[in-house]
Design a protein around this ligand. Sequence first.
Ligand code: ADP
Ligand code: MG
Length: 250
Amino acid sequence: MIRVDNITKRFGGIRAVDDCSLHVTKGSITGLIGPNGAGKSTLFNIIAGTFPPDGGSVQLDGVDVTGWPAHRLFRAGLARTFQIAHEFARMTVLENLLAVPAGQAGENLLTAWTGWARVRREEAAIRQRAEAVLGELRLEHVAHELAGNLSGGQKKLVELARTMMWQPKVVLLDEIGAGVNRTLLSEIAGEIERLNRDHGYTFFVIEHDMDLIARLCHPVIVMAEGRVLTQGSMAEIRRNEAVIEAYLGG
Ligand code: ADP
Ligand code: MG
């Protein structure tokens, strides 16, 4: 689903990502771990189109998408979570989902040169999709709550729901567990597993919590110093000398 070949990204003298190659298989929940500064977030930013790489290529479902801007990648099926922005806290959960196409795609349906009938049809389709996503994430009962009033875990689910509005081929999650307590984290993990199993979503997950990674992800890819160190099941990785070295020796 995602194929990264020989990606390099420098910031000044630092090679944040250094000739890195990896792939994420369709239908998998692939984990990405590594010590702080390994280049995980930088790699995600390149895949998601936040900035282009200095070298190498990215393919999404067989299409070369290297250097594509984020909104175009989003339309092509690559979604990543964003924290619910301040202004969205005063909107309901449903409104948060309805706002995704305009906000994320950088387009405004109402100002587009389309007839009103077509706008109406598109609005109806977007609303239908929002309701389906709320159903998939079992958030129907909070559809009309203000997003700002939700619990931390529910906010995370709304973030996830927003990424799903355009039926993504793959969802990138960068530390979705940060600042979330263990119980909620376990619930979110359960939702991700369910979306993967029952709805076929592919996930690519950066996470610090090793127990969560062990439960959710196969395979797990280990990055260190901008490159892939190894990959495999969490059990294999825990036994790997080079991994132990990278974490303890770094
Ligand atoms: P990780 O997510 O694995 O902790 P990052 O991708 O955030 O690693 O960082 C990799 C390296 O790149 C680090 O040395 C970091 O300081 C550097 N880096 C990341 N983003 C920037 C940036 N925008 N400007 C300068 N240096 C950066
Ligand atoms: Mg990071």
